[in-house]
Every structure is written in structure tokens, then in C-alpha cells.
Design a protein around this ligand. Structure first.
Ligand code: AMP
Ligand code: MG
Length: 344
């Protein structure tokens, strides 16, 4: 199969993409978070192809993308006031809401769960494509399962050339990490995944928010989680990643002491001079955490190289969007963290 790459700016792109989706095919779509691999979310055969192409475990549910916030009620029921409040505050935007599913949503889209995750993305071309397709679009991140997510059309091409008919190129993703996911199906709202919408922003609307333990800690195979996808190893390059926490000086001392040729250092732009002899790669500025969010996956993909021995990574501290960067980087590191303030 030849994979076409069409610019979001070209006149016919939306209609060509919508036609493929309507006919049960796959299209890679830009969003403000990451690129998604989309299919008609109401068609089990179309959805099945997503799992095949990505190599995604069948029990990992998909997010249903809608063109307009009002469409939430078409696919969910028992919608609490809190869901309307979140939609009003953050949609279109990088927030996914988990709600009880209507029967119209196939079991394969929601991995046999009684719930469905819905999101209205803040990306004009993709909302136009969904509108023209006339169906909600199920889309996970467009990377091969387990690998770092795709934040450019080139990343999608690298993973799936020859396997899908169309990639819509909307440029680099603005946010760069997947959406924040909030579960509203229990008595108290629960954060399942941090992203561009921060816990502080959610609390300002909801008044209350539990943080699921899968967000901050390693989950073993036998633990029952809210969504099975939460326990898979994620976002990981080929080689081991270890996070080195602590002050700039202590971390640099630790890394220089342990660095061997073949290792790499993933650091902040401000730290590049410190690691001049350690093959450093910067993923953004520590002083501007949004740039770390936007640059993380491109950097992890660049480091996805079997000839690399080990990656020492620096992770921003604090809350806000730093919480999302910490979550992705800790998962990429399989929660292997060294505190350079105490370890030598
Ligand atoms: P991604 O793999 O980046 O597309 O993100 C999809 C993720 O959304 C899954 O791995 C789950 O963590 C989450 N998700 C999707 N549907 C549900 C659901 N019904 N309940 C809870 N989480 C969900
Ligand atoms: Mg993913």
C-alpha cells in the first residue's frame, strides 16, 4: 500500500480523509496533543485495523474523538453536571472524559468496558474531517504500540509507511503529550493520565480530584486498574532510561561519574554546556516547561536506537504541565529513578 501524506492546508485534504474513514479505512490525524491513528469508532472492523497496525493489546481501550462538544451525549449516558462543566471549560482541548457508554459504541472501541473515553480535539482540520466523515473517530496515538508517541507527520510515516493509506500533515503538535484523562463514572472524579490540562485547572472546575495511583507509581501485571492500558510499558526507547533527580550540580556529578561511551544524556537546554562531553540531547527549556512537553517524544524517538547503551534523563520538578512530563518520562524509565542528592 502506498501511504499518501497530504498537507492540512490543501483544499481537498479534509474530504479525502473523511471518505477513507467513511469507507472503513485508517487515517493518521494531527491533533494539538499527538498524532492519532483514526478509524470510524462505530465500526468494529475499522477499529480492529487500528489494533493490528499498531500492534496494540486488545484490552487497551481507544479514545472517541468528536467534532463538537454537544456530540458527547450521542455516545455517553448518565452524564453528570461535572462533565458539562469540564467540556465548557476545556473543549475543544487536551482533555478526555470517561463516562458510561451508550450501546452504539462498539465493545472493541472501549475494550469491553462499560465506559467510553471522549474528547473534542482543538485542531480545526481534524474536527472538519470528523464532521465530514459523519461519525466519531476512535484514535489512539499513532506510534507503534509501546514506542514513544508521534508528534509529527514524519514520526507517523517512520512507523507506518506502507501500512496506512493517508497521513494528514498538520505540522508539529502544539502540546506534545497525550490528553489529560479524567474518569467521571465514580462518586469522585479521578485523574487517570496527566496532560496539557493540569490537576490545578481540573480542581478549579470540579472542586475535587483523586489522582489514580497508576499516574505516579509503577503498576505490576496483576493489579486491577481502571483501564488496562495504564499498566503497559509505554513511551520507551529501545535502551534503558534512568532518571537522575536532584540539583543541577549533583546530577551532573552523578552522570559524569557513571557515564560510559555509548550512553546518552537527555537534558534541559540550559544544561547542554554541562554535558558537552556526554553526547547530550536537549528536549526543551527547564524555564519553560511547555517546551519540554512539546519536545519530549521527538527526543525519545531520536534516542530509540539499539546501539545506545543507556540514557540518563533529567526531569522537571513541580506541578502544572511538569506533572505530565514526569509521568511520561517515569513510564519511559520504567520508574527507574536515582536521587543524585543521596546516591553517588
Ligand atoms: P492512547 O493509547 O494514547 O490513545 O490513549 C488511550 C488511553 O485512554 C487508554 O490507554 C486508556 O488509558 C484511556 N482510556 C480509553 N478508554 C477508556 C475508558 N473507557 N476508561 C478508562 N480509560 C480509558
Ligand atoms: Mg499511546
Amino acid at each position: 500500500m502506498r501511504t499518501l501524506v497530504l498537507s492540512a492546508n490543501e483544499l481537498n485534504t479534509a474530504q479525502i480523509a473523511a471518505d477513507i474513514l467513511k469507507n472503513g479505512g485508517l487515517v493518521a490525524l494531527p491533533t494539538e496533543t499527538v498524532y492519532g491513528l483514526g478509524a470510524n469508532g462505530l465500526d468494529p472492523d475499522a477499529v480492529a485495523q487500528i489494533f493490528t497496525v499498531k500492534g496494540r493489546p486488545q484490552d487497551n481501550p481507544l479514545i472517541l474523538h468528536i467534532a463538537d462538544p454537544e456530540q458527547m451525549a450521542l455516545f455517553c449516558h448518565h452524564i453528570p453536571e461535572a462533565a458539562y462543566a469540564l467540556a465548557k471549560a476545556f473543549w475543544p482541548g487536551p482533555l478526555t472524559i470517561v463516562l458510561p457508554a451508550k450501546d452504539i459504541v462498539p465493545l472493541s472501541t472501549r475494550a469491553n468496558l462499560p465506559t467510553v473515553a471522549v474528547r473534542c480535539p482543538d485542531c480545526d482540520i481534524t474536527r472538519e474531517i470528523i464532521r465530514r466523515a459523519g461519525v466519531p473517530i476512535a484514535a489512539p496515538s499513532a506510534n507503534i504500540s509501546g514506542k514513544p508517541s508521534t508528534t509529527t507527520a514524519q514520526h507517523v510515516y517512520d512507523d507506518h509507511a506502507g501500512k496506512i493509506p493517508l497521513i494528514v500533515d498538520g505540522g508539529a503538535c502544539r502540546v506534545g503529550v497525550e490528553s489529560t484523562i479524567v474518569d467521571l463514572t465514580e462518586a469522585r472524579p479521578r485523574l487517570l493520565r496527566p496532560g496539557g490540562i493540569t490537576p490545578e485547572q481540573l480542581k478549579a472546575v470540579l472542586g475535587d480530584l483523586l489522582i489514580d495511583k497508576a499516574v505516579t507509581a509503577s503498576i505490576d501485571r496483576d493489579t486491577v486498574v481502571k483501564a488496562p492500558g495504564m499498566k503497559y510499558r509505554h513511551y520507551a526507547p529501545a535502551e534503558p532510561v534512568v532518571i537522575v533527580a536532584g540539583s543541577r550540580e549533583k546530577a551532573a556529578e552523578y552522570i559524569h561519574r557513571h557515564f560510559v561511551p555509548g550512553d546518552r544524556v537527555l537534558c534541559f537546554e540550559e544544561e547542554l554546556p554541562l554535558y558537552a562531553d556526554c553526547d547530550p540531547l536537549s528536549y526543551g527549556r527547564e524555564a519553560d516547561v511547555e517546551t519540554l512537553c512539546a519536545g519530549l517524544f521527538a527526543a525519545l524517538r531520536e534516542l530509540d536506537d539499539a546501539s545506545i547503551h543507556q540514557v540518563f534523563a533529567r526531569c522537571p520538578e513541580g506541578d502544572g504541565v511538569a506533572f505530565a512530563v514526569q509521568n511520561r518520562l517515569k513510564k519511559a524509565a520504567a520508574f527507574h529513578i536515582i536521587d543524585a542528592e543521596v546516591e553517588v
